[in-house]
Write a protein that binds this ligand. Structure first.
Ligand code: FES
Length: 110
């Protein structure tokens, strides 16, 4: 059992250094929710189905993350505020190789 460290910048620019378990089959969106780093109802709206982009984040560290699925690509092509380093948090499953990951939550889509 290992926890990894992740640095998450919330939508107010506050940096949180949190620990996330690699053995609970969690994704990054669920980690953000469990630490209440974004208000309820503003993240994870589709329940992690790659269908809402409320979990969009910008990956600012140099990690080799799994490629985007077609569903993730499709959702990001329709979302707002998308950047080169955008990912859907719900599609990033927490693994040991993500130790030290740094992400910033994308602004809420209104
Ligand atoms: S929670 Fe809806 S796309 Fe990630």
């Amino acid at each position: 059992m290992t926890d990894i460290k992740i640095k998450i910048t919330d939508r107010d620019g506050v940096i949180h250094e949190i620990e996330a378990p690699t053995d609970m089959n969690m994704n990054l969106m669920e980690v953000v929710r469990s630490y209440e780093l974004a208000p309820e109802g503003t993240i994870g709206i589709c329940g992690g189905m790659a269908m809402c982009a409320s979990c969009q984040c910008y990956v600012t560290s140099d990690h080799d993350l799994p490629e985007k699925s077609d569903d993730e690509e499709a959702m990001l092509s329709e979302a707002f505020n998308v950047r080169e380093n955008s990912r859907l948090g719900c599609q990033l499953h927490i693994t040991e190789s993500m130790d030290g990951l740094e992400v910033e939550l994308a602004p809420e889509e209104l």
